[in-house]
Design a protein around this ligand. Structure first.
Ligand code: BEZ
Length: 262
């Protein structure tokens, strides 16, 4: 995938993803587990009020709620229902249209910002949500994320006469690009890191594709979908499945901590 492609994704409008809490818990429990180190970068303290942006089913929100006051937002009503079922303060709200006004000490986000294709709207909403000197601490898919998976999807779509190039629902920026966007909105970047994090999957890659790849799968006629999934899985086997049979998604993370300037 070229950098140009990754940047183009920021303005495309692919089919939005529907979330099934059951499928998410089965195929994506690792998302919250692997997000734990981000809490260390956030360093929440009692008495703080924190916004969890893209809280999903609330697993990390719940950890934060043990330390401070936390509000979770997510665009998916199904995920928000799951978070509310834990007794969390969660509401349905798009990260690209936040409506808070200088009320949080920090905004936290794990594995969510790559689903928001208008990063400047997100950063502006975060700026407005924060008190002066507030922190924005996040981790999401960075430049090159799941490149092997995306390539296999696009190649297999191409074989079926479907142009998959514009179907990515994700925004995976390079550090310099995202730093520039943060600085343009008045943040000072205190920490920023792009790193590979090969991620073991709970089964083969099919579960991952079914959970996260709706934008690609919905481009394939229903009657061809199983065959398509099998073809993508087999194309990926030599690339991301180890000799031990463990499938590793080729995740690349962009992690940062930024502070709003006065
Ligand atoms: C990620 O966390 O990097 C990710 C998750 C699902 C789809 C694409 C990327």
């Amino acid at each position: 995938m070229s950098e140009k492609n990754d940047k183009q994704n920021a303005s495309s409008s692919p089919q939005s993803q529907q979330w099934s809490p059951e499928s998410y818990q089965k195929n994506a429990a690792f998302v919250a587990e692997l997000g734990l180190p981000l809490l260390d970068l956030l360093r929440p303290v009692p008495g703080e009020r924190i916004l969890d942006l893209g809280c999903g089913d609330g697993v990390l929100t719940e950890k934060l709620a043990k330390i401070c006051e936390v509000v979770g937002v997510d665009a998916s009503p199904e995920q928000v229902q799951g978070a509310q079922a834990f007794g969390l303060n969660a509401q349905v709200m798009s990260g690209e249209a936040l409506t808070f006004d200088q009320e949080f000490d920090a905004v936290f986000s794990n594995a969510a910002l790559h689903w928001m294709l208008n990063p400047d709207s997100v950063i502006r909403g975060v700026r407005q949500a924060l008190k002066p000197q507030g922190r924005f601490v996040a981790e999401f898919g960075g430049f090159g994320n799941v490149a092997a998976i995306r390539e296999a999807l696009e190649r297999e779509l191409g074989r079926r006469g479907i142009d998959g190039a514009g179907l990515s629902p994700w925004y995976f920026p390079a550090p310099d690009e995202y730093r520039g966007r943060l600085e343009a909105e008045g943040f000072a970047v205190e920490d920023m890191e792009l790193f590979d994090r090969p991620t073991p999957l709970p089964g083969d890659v099919t579960g991952w594709l079914q959970t996260f790849g709706e934008s690609y799968l919905s481009a394939v006629p229903d009657e061809e979908r199983d065959d398509f999934l099998t073809a993508v899985r087999e194309a990926l086997r030599p690339v991301i499945c180890g000799e031990d049979g463990v499938w590793m998604a080729d995740y690349v993370r962009l992690r940062f901590a930024a502070r709003l300037q006065a």
